[in-house]
Design a protein around this ligand. Structure first.
Ligand SMILES: *[C@@H]1O[C@H](CO)[C@@H](O)[C@H](O)[C@H]1NC(C)=O
Length: 208
């Protein structure tokens, strides 16, 4: 084996054995919009619980306030909110004692009669995106969907699916149910295809 190949192999091994210290934030129900009064739980899924992850948020009223201290209740790795109010709208994330952060999730709470259910996490390019327009009582009323304030189309059952999304589908979506009302807008982001580490081809590169 050449010396450079050996060095590359050692580098690869050091990368693979490097401890990861990451967390990802999930929310249940999985929706970026909620009605006032709903209960919600947020969870920091972490690799290393000794890192002291806390759940924090920024709202228009508060900065970096912590679950269990300023709002919500902690229950193990969950943060539970029994009643969301419109001023709970904001950005939520997990943060370790050392300051490492997870993905962040934007939550919009409305006191209005309509929400748009959109994915909380970015949608991968090529995947399908489904948006649901709902009232507290029903999720299959005819609804009009809008992107960046332009009308897209009316869906008779309140669900709109965009197949094989691309970057151009990224934007600010909202919906309207006539004679009921309009949802707040929510940003839907589309990310590039997932980068996967191909062991086989990296070994081939190392040994050729
Ligand atoms: C929260 O607010 C602080 C202060 O404005 C800002 O520095 C930080 O980037 C915000 N965090 C997120 C995740 O938006």
């Amino acid at each position: 084996m050449e010396e450079t190949s050996l060095l590359r192999l050692l580098f690869l091994i050091s990368l693979l054995s490097c401890p990861t210290n990451q967390a990802s934030l999930t929310v249940s129900p999985s929706s970026s919009q909620m009605f006032e009064g709903q209960s919600v739980s947020l969870s920091c899924e972490e690799d290393d619980s000794s890192a002291g992850w806390t759940l924090r948020r920024n709202t228009s009223r508060e900065t970096r306030t912590q679950c269990g201290v300023a709002w919500g209740k902690t229950a193990g790795s969950l943060c539970k909110i029994s009643y969301v109010a419109p001023w709970y709208s904001g950005v939520y994330w997990c943060e370790s004692r050392e300051g490492a952060t997870s993905n962040s999730i934007t939550i919009t709470v409305t006191g209005g009669p309509v929400i748009l259910q959109s994915p909380v996490l970015p949608v991968m390019e090529g995947e399908d995106l489904t948006l649901t327009c709902k009232t507290k009582m029903s999720s299959n009323l005819p609804a009009g969907f809008y992107k960046d304030d332009s009308f897209i189309r009316t869906e008779p059952a309140g669900h709109m699916t965009i197949h094989h999304v691309s970057r151009s589908d990224e934007g600010l979506y909202k919906c309207l149910i006539s004679s009921v009302g309009e949802s707040p807008p929510s940003w839907v982001s589309v990310t590039g295809e997932e980068v996967t580490f191909d062991f086989r081809s990296s070994f081939i590169q190392i040994f050729t």
